[in-house]
Design a protein around this ligand. Structure first.
Ligand SMILES: NC(=O)c1ccc[n+]([C@@H]2O[C@H](COP(=O)([O-])OP(=O)(O)OC[C@H]3O[C@@H](n4cnc5c(N)ncnc54)[C@H](OP(=O)(O)O)[C@@H]3O)[C@@H](O)[C@H]2O)c1
Length: 258
């Protein structure tokens, strides 16, 4: 039986990854800060599917977070076959007026922890010539986003980084997939301080199950990238290519103004 390590497994898309993978008989390592949520989920999945589920309570904005997680899985002799770098958050508002420390934590979580965990587990996968990594980006990765500037830039990093790794690691039998969801029905918008009417104005809201199904199906097919959510999200990520960058960013500035 294979083992998946999922960051941000306590809520939303990460929790749904855990539930889907458990149903397909994958052992799990669940990582997030909310100990009670993780423990309850682990107990439920263990009982329901007779799996081994480990919980690692860890704030991924700490600079040594990836090292601690890696050391824990090594000490328990766990082989990670699938790494899902899912944990992330956004922060809505004018960059100059938002809390600076929160922006640094976003970089640490959305970028640094993801790169660090990838750098720790990828060499072992290459050695085994088997394994996969799913990195969760966003449709926000494809164009700059006024009022969501740092978040969109972190997701652009994740998209670029992951696609490069897909090509580098194909010869080693290691799959790297970046999944780009559109607005999805999770705690994300509350955590990001998003004005309540904006997500609906922007797009329809997907269920986390749709995102996870799209990701796992794309991984099976050996794809590098999947834009989840069908035609509407495909249009959002492709239309900017045909217009001057100033035009697109000006339209988005109006659309995402509170
Ligand atoms: N929802 C959307 O519309 C949407 C769209 C595109 C992309 N995404 C991406 O999807 C991913 C999952 O988000 P979601 O929508 O499922 O949001 P969510 O419901 O807010 O879940 C976020 C997860 O990340 C964990 N997390 C947050 N800060 C953390 C930290 N410092 N250390 C460790 N874990 C932390 C949270 O757990 P704890 O609070 O327990 O730590 C939680 O499990 C994110 O990368 C997000 O950017 C979401």
């Amino acid at each position: 039986m294979s083992t998946a390590l999922i960051t941000g497994a306590s809520f939303g898309i990460g929790r749904t990854f855990a539930e889907k993978l458990a149903a397909s008989r994958t052992n799990l390592v669940l990582v997030a800060r909310s100990k009670d949520k993780l423990t309850q989920l682990a107990q439920k999945l263990q009982e329901q599917y007779k799996l081994e589920v480990e919980v690692i309570v860890q704030d991924l904005t700490e600079s040594d977070a990836a090292t601690k997680i890696f050391n824990t899985t090594q000490a328990k002799d766990l082989t990670i076959d699938l790494l899902i770098n899912n944990a992330g958050f956004g922060d809505y508002g004018e960059f100059a007026e938002r809390d600076g420390e929160r922006q640094m934590k976003m970089l640490q979580l959305n970028i640094v922890a993801l790169v660090d965990l990838t750098h720790k587990y990828l060499p072992l996968m290459r050695k085994r010539r088997r394994g996969s990594i799913i990195n969760v980006s966003s449709i926000a990765a494809f164009q700059p986003m006024p009022y969501f500037s740092v978040y969109a830039a972190t997701k652009a990093f994740v998209l670029s980084f992951s696609e490069a790794l897909w090509a580098e690691n194909k010869p080693y039998g290691v799959g790297v997939l970046v999944v780009c969801p559109g607005p999805t029905d999770t705690n994300f918008f509350v955590a990001a301080d998003f004005p309540t009417d904006l997500p609906n104005k922007a797009n329809s809201i997907a269920r986390p199950e749709e995102v996870v199904n799209d990701a796992l199906s794309a991984l099976d097919k050996g794809k590098s990238t999947v834009v989840s959510g069908g035609f509407f999200n495909q249009a959002i990520v492709n239309i900017p290519r045909f217009f001057p960058r100033e035009t697109i960013v000006s339209i988005l500035e109006k659309q995402f103004q509170a």
